[in-house]
Design a binder for this molecule. Sequence first.
Ligand code: 5GP
Length: 172
Amino acid sequence: MRLNVLITKEQLEKKTEEIADAITRDYNGKELVLVGVLKGGFIYLSDLARKIKMDVDIDFISVSSYGNSTESTGVVKIIKDVDTDVGGKHVLIVEDIIDTGLTLKYLKELFSTKGCASVKIAAILDKPERRKVDIKVDYPGIQIPDMFVVGYGLDYAGKYRNLPDVCVVEQT
Ligand code: 5GP
């Protein structure tokens, strides 16, 4: 198995900075809760949070992923919900990648039932060709082709989340 770099850490950092600036502008004076989607979203959330220039609350939600397979089952299960009372607050869901869109559509609907002032989405990577449901990413990241990627929070069978670049797995 070989790993080929698709998106460098410099590209990720530049995009994260642009998005953090937009978030700082848009939420100025509002109560914002960043909700990282575990496990994959933890690196993007930590980078993004440190570039946002205002006070934010941080929480995490954990949902079922593909397991050890590379294909979406379409089934989303909440493993851990947020602890924060998000009622009346602005929620920004921070995710590693939007693929079919099933996870984020489900999460957006879930937060809509919690009485938040607003619910928006930030995903650092996007595979638009794979979309199965119509869902708007409010803070879009970097578009990639229909390839299975690892690194920057994304795993293959639990490994490679700590790679600083986004890489394509090539079976050899
Ligand atoms: P969706 O529900 O949009 O199909 O998928 C979202 C989740 O699928 C992501 O949070 C991520 O865990 C996983 N996923 C989608 N594409 C990839 C990929 O290319 N690589 C990895 N490692 N996970 C992916």
